[in-house]
Ligand binder design. Sequence first.
Ligand code: GH3
Ligand code: MG
Ligand code: MG
Length: 506
Amino acid sequence: MNEQLLQRVRQCPNLPTLPTIATQILALSQRADADFSEIARIISKDAALSGKILRTVNSSFYGRSQAVGTISGALVILGLQSVKTLVLGFSLVTNLNKKQSSGFKHLEYWKRSIYAATAARTLAARLNMVQQEEAFLAGLLMDIGMLVLDIVLGDQYGEIYARVTTHAELRAAEIEALGVTHAIVGGILAASWKLPPLLAVPIASHHSAAEVADPALKPLTQLVALAGRCADVFVEVDAAQAIADVRRQASALYKMSEADCDAMLADIGMRTKEVAPLFDIKIAGGADFEAILKKANEALVEITLQTQQQASTLQQQNRELKAKSATDGLTGLANRARFDEFIADRFAAIAADPAGGVLPISLLMIDIDKFKSVNDRYGHPAGDAVIKAIGRLLKSRARPQDLAARYGGEELALVMPNTPRAAAAAMAEILRRAICVKPVQSGTRFITVSASIGVAACEEGGPLTSSAQLIKAADLALYNAKNSGRNCVRVFSLKPQVKPDQKSAA
Ligand code: GH3
Ligand code: MG
Ligand code: MG
């Protein structure tokens, strides 16, 4: 953040000031016993302002069937908040419109502001938001930092402004050249005017709405930020990207369909056409969304296709990344993390629905016998070849619902959902036999190994009820197999163990 520039902004002697009438109305309306007749009296003294307010109140923007003839009438019928907003909006626009410098294009500035204000109010109304008036005013003033930078930096800001063609580019160019954005600067002005947070925060954070933490201020800030993008649809030369962004954000934030979003944009165009003259802002043509959409359609299709392409590439990359992070590099089996996840998922399914078909679930723990000596005799690469070969065997035997995993080192595992203990023990015996009868080729050598296998099962009504217990039980059975002389299968049971002279049990 460019503190020096911010200091210059704070100390600038000719910053725009809040018009006297706006200050008075703000102060009066903040009192608990706000006196309507006093407020009406102050506003009515300014004939031009009162005229504008009454014309606005009676425009279709407010959609009132019955005409309002006096400021006190407007206060009663529309409420203090609406009238206060109009006083602030009108008096500020009149005041600020006078100041002009080279480079920076005031007309463009006000055109975007009135579109943004109308968009914010239209959007707030569609969402049935209470703060429709604040939305309008925050939309109108959100870019006021641009005026401040124009005043403080003069031609330097004019040059930055002249280089860019879109509002998003302007923000990036400000950060690059100045180290601050017009939003931050607008926030400083809002603070010096003592605007309430519902106005000050959307002004200061309309380019970083996602970072606003206060739940009372975030919705309005997000809405105002989107309103700015709605304004871009009408003021930027190339509307396609803005339309695509508005559709995407309206769907993400408010679940708005594309048709609803387009209808809203058309509504914003029509309303702005009506409101802009009340603020003495010329918007010329360009308010017709149908025409804009027609012109942008080809580019929009292109953007949509590109976005879809990017999304599917990203999905593919995510899938690949996920598969990679779940796979053991040596064997291509599931790794330990995937094993843990798989088994946890199965037990979560059992907890949710015990009759859901996962139970009984069996687990085989397979540990290569005297593997250290294989490494010692034939070398580590030969040891790797053995682990890989047993991994391939395990994979070829696993059914689609099973998970074959490398549990760690020379220990592999097979998770068998929907498999009773006896079937798992039979599978273990098939694997044990296949391992010890087929030597593994490594270079010119053939290496014969054996493995010990522990089996455990979680069954309905059985003693094992969690994944941790199942793993522990299979481990104990494996330990038992090692103790029984290796190259055998042992099945966990709480009943007395089978006789030690039995090499294999099912
Ligand atoms: P036991 O029958 O009791 O299981 O004896 P063991 O030698 O297999 O058991 P121990 O746990 O003492 O040794 C396991 C050996 O496995 C030690 C380690 O160097 C080796 N090992 C673990 N991971 C790998 C690997 O990825 N590649 C190779 N080549 N060796 C490995
Ligand atoms: Mg071993
Ligand atoms: Mg071991």
